[in-house]
Design a protein around this ligand. Structure first.
Ligand code: NAP
Length: 437
């Protein structure tokens, strides 16, 4: 019998567990730990609530969680309830699937003013992440700025633009739904420090902005390079740029009261305001020969009482695990950090790629574990689950098992408002206490 601990129950953690069950059959015990009481990480707290087809992959992870030998243990915090040394003592291998939950800081004057939030916090707020339930972003003023030209910036701009009716079929959390329904925001400016050819937005997600009930995208035709140069782009990127060109060519929005302005070649220099964000000071840029943005010295102000920076994420360090400050993640070779210690997903690669990118990632690390501990080879005599259970009990840590999550999920689905998929329980521990966990 082999024992593997997977820390983190998002996509990377579940694909790794799935691959391990395939490699070892019933000769492996896999414990999937999460510091939150509920599973699925980025699927529950990162993927936009109106992208339910992406969230449906959770059904696949559920099958893994219900596989004999696999356990989910929510409410177990690596670094607080158990250390990495202790996990390595009890398990043959430990896989960090802890993601990249921290926002990269803008690092400009004023980035700590009230009204400036990172995308992890803002996305966590509208997705019911318990850490961000009290964020209360300012939606009572007319202008918002979204910094970054990736898919997260698109998610944020779209969620800020949608009417209540457009959230039908979503699982947006009640506190965000109510706040957004009363939002005064009319102008949303998406700032990119480079140009239309350099966006990191995928075509499907960008195209959605063209079909909003109450908001219209606005792009300046002057920001594009000559049309002939699009041919050199990779097909997906070319499709995205086609969307932008269509937005630029579209007639004025008419009766749609909100506008999503694309401001390209725009680098934020500072955020200013009297005790809270009121405007962004932006420098016009041009592309240098290396394709990177160079400041031109020309500056201007963009009004914004809410500023959401969507410029990427980092993985927090874990005591006892080597950490690369510059990259904001764990240094590794093909997923291996040290003897018997591995990383998958964003903790391994950094915050890029789709949910599906984590699948080959998890399978590769599972293969490396199976190569180090071939199925059928002599057991190492480690205690696995039994050892962890004893340790956690001695510390008064009470893990939430998958069966409890299933009760939580059933309660969420039963509580859903008409037309919504579920009513997310944000304070899950309260619910568990009242139901006798
Ligand atoms: P991303 O794709 O890496 O985009 C980050 C953006 O921030 C880039 O445009 C980057 O510009 C810009 N940026 C970085 N530092 C900056 C700074 N200091 N000042 C101004 N701009 C700055 O990251 P993301 O949007 O957070 O997405 C993370 C991953 O999740 C991506 O792979 C994304 O595709 C994926 N995702 C997918 C979906 C979906 O499929 N529906 C939804 C959400 C996220 P430069 O290019 O100039 O560096």
């Amino acid at each position: 019998m082999r024992h593997v601990a997977v820390v983190g129950s998002g996509p990377a953690g579940f694909y790794t567990a799935e691959a391990l069950t395939k490699a070892y059959g019933d000769a492996v015990g896999i414990d999937i730990l999460d510091r939150l009481p509920v599973p699925y990480g980025l699927i529950r707290f990162g993927v936009a609530p109106d992208h339910q087809s992406i969230k449906a992959v959770a059904r696949r992870y559920e099958k893994v969680a219900l596989t004999p030998g696999v356990r989910f243990l929510g409410n177990v915090h690596l670094g607080a309830d158990v250390s990495i040394e202790e996990l390595l003592h009890y398990y043959d291998a430990v896989v960090l699937a802890t993601g990249a939950p921290h926002d990269r800081r803008l690092g400009i004057p004023g980035d700590d003013l009230p009204g400036v939030v990172g995308s992890a916090a803002f996305v966590g707020w509208y997705n019911g992440h318990p850490d961000f339930a009290d964020l209360s972003p300012p939606l009572d003023q007319p202008a918002a700025a979204v910094i970054g030209n990736g898919n997260v910036a698109l998610d944020v701009a779209r969620i800020l633009s949608k009417t209540p009716a457009e959230f039908a079929g979503s699982d947006i959390v009640a506190h965000a739904f109510e706040a957004l329904a009363h939002s005064a925001i009319r102008d949303i400016t998406i700032l990119g420090r480079r140009g239309p050819h350099q966006i990191a937005m995928t075509p499907k997600e960008l195209g959605e902005l063209g079909h909003l009930e109450a908001a219209a995208p606005s792009v300046s035709p002057d920001d594009f390079p000559p049309a002939g140069t699009d041919a050199a782009l990779e097909p997906g990127q070319r499709k995205s740029v086609e969307h932008l060109r269509a937005f630029a060519a579209a007639p004025p929005a008419g009766d749609r009261p909100k506008t999503i302005h694309f401001d390209f070649f725009a680098r934020p220099l500072a955020i200013e305001g009297d005790g809270r964000a009121e405007r962004l000071i932006v420098e016009r840029t041009a592309l240098g020969p290396d394709g990177q943005a160079r400041g031109t010295g020309e500056t201007y102000a963009v009004p914004a009482q809410l500023v959401v920076s969507c410029i990427g994420y980092s993985s927090p360090p874990i005591p006892g695990v080597p950490y690369d400050e510059r990259l904001g993640r764990f240094p590794n070779a093909h997923g291996q950090i040290a003897d018997r210690l591995y990383a998958v997903g964003w903790a391994r690669r950094g915050p890029t790629g789709t949910i599906g990118t984590n699948r080959p990632d998890g399978y590769e690390v599972a293969e490396a574990i199976a190569a180090a501990f071939p199925p059928g080879s002599a057991p190492s005599g480690r205690d696995g689950a039994a050892g962890l259970d004893r340790l956690l009990a001695s510390r008064g840590c009470d893990p939430v098992p998958f069966a409890d999550w299933q009760r939580i999920e059933a309660a969420e689905v039963a509580a859903a408002r008409a037309g919504f998929t579920r009513e997310k329980l944000v304070r899950v521990p309260d619910m568990l206490r009242t139901s006798g966990h």
